[in-house]
Design a protein around this ligand. Structure first.
Ligand SMILES: NC(=O)C1=CN([C@@H]2O[C@H](COP(=O)(O)OP(=O)(O)OC[C@H]3O[C@@H](n4cnc5c(N)ncnc54)[C@H](O)[C@@H]3O)[C@@H](O)[C@H]2O)C=CC1
Ligand SMILES: O=C(O)C(=O)[C@H](O)COP(=O)(O)O
Length: 373
């Protein structure tokens, strides 16, 4: 069996070598010729799997994307061609939620405004939005949710419309898929009219897909003096982003919100499990076999732990500001993609085991830290 895998997908050899020969490709440069005689194609979000790419795919029986977003895959085409398909739902939900939590604490410190007492609006309450909402409950913030699809399905008790959410929130964070048409279209859901109507001082976070916010309109309102704190991980037209926007963004990163070691590795593992299922083989390998020990494994916390101490603990594991700024300096040539490819190792909160007597342990556990027994 011949397996073709994106070069930015970790642990493919470890998981898939028993199935056959593994070859790597550059996600943005894959050509139809490379798919001749390939049985399994494993992608990330940057490879468009469409009619043109599959023109010479004579043996392809499985396509997997180690992502939750599937806007780069023509799933109808795969279905028509009888090619099995799988994404990796939930693989990076914790990572993205932790990216948001890290951003919230960084802004709270820099703006000298405690998180508790603020209202956070989450748009899209799937794997990520739900995980984030659970973590935020630990921090005494008010959370309001917008997800008309889950609400209509009876899967969400409280739901407000997007416009209600924008009016009521101090911080708004987007976790929707990119949907280009239909009743619940998300393409440019933050259009110029909505952007112009945002209340001064609001924080806008986008770690979903760049096209959810009209980037040109956002630039125009920022240039006109809009008072917004912007946290952008995703951009329209990646990797050729609207560079003028960068100077207006508090924390700018290169579509790495989901890139914890665990998040990326889980994506690979989920595709391995799917292929095992398709081939009726027992899935014997697991993440614990491959993940290295983190640099910091444990910490003791004191009785009088407060919100600022929690912020310090969060930033000990991941401070979003380590990823901000580098984008501006590395934009030339292959800057955006090379920053993604060479992204330094980032671990999840759960890799830190906490001990101590603090009443804050329950909240820290809810945030995702491990509590020592
Ligand atoms: N920046 C990054 O590194 C990452 C970005 N993403 C993006 O985040 C998106 C969300 O990820 P998950 O939560 O795992 O996906 P999910 O599919 O579990 O959840 C998406 C939720 O959005 C809701 N939704 C759809 N249209 C909506 C609308 N018009 N208004 C409000 N809600 C709507 C759906 O009902 C669903 O509950 C992905 O589709 C992907 O594009 C995901 C992972 C990493
Ligand atoms: O899961 C998704 O959807 C994502 O956006 C990924 O976490 C990040 O995308 P790639 O690393 O696959 O480009």
């Amino acid at each position: 069996m011949k397996i073709l895998a994106d070069q930015n997908m970790p642990l493919v050899e470890q998981y898939f070598a028993d199935f056959g020969e593994v070859e790597r490709f550059d996600g943005r440069k894959l050509t139809p010729e490379q798919l001749v005689d390939v049985d399994v194609l494993l992608t990330r979000s940057v490879t468009r799997v469409n009619h043109e790419l599959l023109a010479q795919a004579n043996k392809l029986s499985f396509v997997g994307t180690a992502t939750i977003g599937i806007d780069h895959i023509d799933t109808q085409l795969l279905n028509n061609k009888n090619i099995a398909f799988s994404s990796a739902p939930g693989c990076n939900a914790v990572a993205v939620a932790e990216y948001v939590i890290s951003s919230l604490f960084a802004l709270s410190q820099e703006n000298a405004r405690p998180l508790s007492g603020q209202t956070i609006g989450i748009v899209g309450v799937g794997n990520i939005g739900d995980c984030l909402a659970q973590k935020l409950k630990a921090l005494n913030v008010d959370v309001i949710l917008c997800d008309p699809i889950k609400y209509e399905q009876g899967l969400l008790e409280n739901h407000v419309t997007l416009d209600e959410l924008l009016a009521q929130s101090d911080i708004v964070t987007f976790h929707v898929p990119l949907v280009k048409s239909g009743e619940h279209k998300t393409l440019h859901m933050m259009n110029k009219a909505r952007l112009k109507a945002l209340k001064p001082g609001l924080t806008l976070i986008n770690a979903s897909r760049g096209d959810v916010i009209d980037n040109q309109a956002l630039l125009e309102i920022m240039q006109a003096g809009a008072d917004l704190d912007l946290v952008l991980d995703v951009w329209e037209k990646e990797p050729n982003i609207l560079t003028e926007l960068l100077e207006h963004v508090r924390y700018a990163s290169v579509h790495i919100a989901g890139h914890t070691l665990e998040g990326k590795a889980r994506g690979t593992q989920m595709l391995y499990q799917k292929l095992c299922e398709l081939k009726s083989v027992e899935a014997s390998k697991s993440l614990d076999d491959f993940l290295p020990l983190p640099v910091i494994t444990s910490a003791t916390i004191t009785q009088h732990f407060n919100e600022q101490d929690i912020a310090r603990l969060v930033h000990l594991i991941y401070d979003v500001r380590r990823d901000d700024g580098i984008l501006l300096r590395h934009l030339e040539n292959d800057g955006f993609d090379s920053l993604r490819k060479n992204y330094p190792v980032r671990r999840e909160f759960s890799t830190l085991s906490l001990q101590g007597e603090s009443p804050q342990l329950a909240a820290l556990s809810q945030l995702g830290f491990t509590i020592a027994k």
